[in-house]
Design a protein. Structure first.
Length: 266
């Protein structure tokens, strides 16, 4: 094979790679050199705010331009973990967003977690259709560093809502890759439900589990008490899935309440 023919084939390959990366994002197709293998800190990311969890994820945090799933029972600590992540995402001067269909968002608590509310967009959609449209629009915006999508429990099992969510998650992967925003999808597990099998037959949760690059399960371990007062809690976070680093890692996080919400040094 002559040099001219090899150069022509290389140009064709370069054009194909550029087209794939242009459509699906720069990390959709990469060379297998050591600087880009799973676990490499060369992967663009945002720290979670918890050094032990950042180490467990292997890349130093949650990847930019990707969809991540954060699940756990009520009061497990998943919302606090999501808010602390948004604080880190704001560190570079960027705005962040929170689509609050579940109506759980508490601005006072978010402020005590360290969020700059002046650089936070909070969406309060009327229904799941509006929530999905709002999330998609924000995911396309290159001005947001990170976005949290928190929806009501019934939407995962309602046939119409679940089908809408499943289709949306598939589309969002391309939008996020182009914008560079990190999307965290929160959903609540019933107490005692195994985080390893959360889909429960729901097409929405099955689609989410499939497209999520990172899946984290959060469980409340114990409350931290001082006398009769609750001063914090300890939560266990398991890395259930990780396409860019090791999976199966488990870390314990400590959250303390003292005017502000502090977690492992933050």
């Amino acid at each position: 094979m002559g040099k001219q023919h090899r150069r022509k084939r290389q140009r064709q390959l370069d054009m194909t790679v550029a087209a794939i990366q242009g459509q699906y994002g720069p990390w959709a197709l990469v060379k297998g050199d050591r600087s880009r293998v799973a676990g490499s800190t060369a992967v663009a990311h945002i720290p979670t705010g918890f050094p032990a969890l950042d180490r467990a994820l292997g890349i130093g945090g949650l990847p930019k331009g990707r969809l991540c799933e954060l699940m756990g029972p009520a009061t497990s600590g998943k919302t606090t973990l999501a808010l602390k992540f948004l604080v880190q995402a704001q560190a570079g001067g960027m705005q962040v967003g929170y689509v609050d269909q579940a109506l759980y968002f508490d601005p006072d608590y978010a402020y005590r977690c360290g969020l700059d509310l002046s650089r936070l967009l909070v969406g309060r959609p009327q229904d799941v259709k509006e929530a999905v449209a709002m999330t998609e629009a924000l995911a396309h915006s290159s001005s947001l560093a990170a976005l949290v999508f928190d929806t009501l429990d019934f939407t995962w099992t309602d046939p119409t809502a679940a089908a809408l969510l499943a289709a949306t998650f598939e589309r969002l992967t391309t939008a996020l890759a182009r914008s560079g925003a990190t999307l965290i999808v929160l959903h609540e597990l019933p107490v005692g439900n195994a985080a390893h099998s959360p889909s429960g037959g729901s097409p929405a949760l099955s689609a989410l589990a499939h497209v999520a690059v990172v899946r984290l399960g959060v469980v409340l371990e114990q409350w931290i008490r001082q006398g009769r007062d609750i001063r914090g809690y300890e939560a266990r976070v398991e890395v259930l899935k990780n396409r860019l680093g090791p999976a199966g890692q488990t870390v314990n996080l400590v959250i303390k309440f003292n005017g502000t919400v502090q977690g492992n040094g933050l």
